[in-house]
Design a protein around this ligand. Sequence first.
Ligand SMILES: NC(=O)c1ccc[n+]([C@@H]2O[C@H](COP(=O)([O-])OP(=O)(O)OC[C@H]3O[C@@H](n4cnc5c(N)ncnc54)[C@H](O)[C@@H]3O)[C@@H](O)[C@H]2O)c1
Length: 257
Amino acid sequence: MGDRLSNKVALITGAAGGIGSEMARLFASEGAAVVVADIHQAGAESVAEAITRGGGKALAVAVDISSAARVEAMFRRTSEVFGGLDILVNNAIELAGDGPIVGLEEAAWDRTVDVCLKGPFLCTRGAIPRMQARGGGSIVTISSVNALAAFGETAYTAAKGGLISMMRLVAADYGHLGIRSNIICPGTIETETSMRYWRSHPAGFARLQEMYPMGRIGKPREVAHCALFLASDESSFVTGSVQVVDGGLLAGRPFED
Ligand SMILES: NC(=O)c1ccc[n+]([C@@H]2O[C@H](COP(=O)([O-])OP(=O)(O)OC[C@H]3O[C@@H](n4cnc5c(N)ncnc54)[C@H](O)[C@@H]3O)[C@@H](O)[C@H]2O)c1
C-alpha cells in the first residue's frame, strides 16, 4: 500500500470493470477512499468488496451517468459516506451500435453521446462545487486516440473529441479554485470487453498489434498509472493537458519497403 492519495476521496465512473476497476484498485492501494460508480450494480459491488477485503476503503454506487437526478444522488451518497470529493475520473462509456456516419441510427448517436459526453458534463458539473468546498481537486477524463485521428465509430469519436474541448475549458475556468482538469487518450487496451471481440478475430488482432510501434496493445494498469499521476499532487502544476497513452500509435510507423 502506498500513500500517494491518502486522505483523498476519488469517484470513478464505469469502475465495475475494464480500465475503471483497475483505477479503483490502484487508487485504493494508494490510500484513497474510492467510489466505484457504475450502471452495473453487481459489478460495482464486487469491485468495492474486493477493495474493502484487501484493507482499502470503497463504496459501490449504482448510477446511470446520463441522468442528472441519478448523478446528483451519487454525489449525495458520496458526501454522506466519505464527507466530500477530491478526485473525479470520467471513465464510463457505452457504445450503442456505432459506425460510419451513413447508416448510423439517431437513437444510437443519442445514447452514445448521452453516456460518453453528457455524462461527463453532469459529473463534472456536480463535482466542481464539492471540490471547491475542499479547497481544490483533480478531474481526470478518459478520452481516446479516436479523438485525435480517424479510427472509426462516429458518435464515440465525436463525444471523445468534445470531451477534450470541454475538459480543457474546465481547466481554464476553474484553475483559480485549485481545480485541475486533464485528459488521457488511450490506444487499444486489453480489457475483458475488447479481448472478447479480438479472441474471435485473431487475424485482425495480429494486424492491430502491428500498428503499434511497441508491437502490442496496452494494459489497463498502464492507463491507471497515468491517471494516478494526474489525480495525485505530484501533478500539481499540470492542468489542461492531453496525455496520450498509446504505445506510440499516433507517432506513426516509418515506411518499410
Ligand atoms: N479499452 C480500450 O481499448 C480503450 C481505448 C481507448 C479509450 N478507452 C476509454 O477508456 C475508458 C474505459 O474503457 P473500458 O474499455 O475499460 O470500458 P468498459 O466497457 O470495460 O467499461 C465501461 C464501464 O462503464 C459502465 N457504464 C456503461 N454505461 C454507463 C452509464 N450510463 N453510467 C455509468 N456507468 C456506465 C459499464 O457498465 C462498464 O463497467 C472509456 O472512456 C473508453 O472510451 C478504452
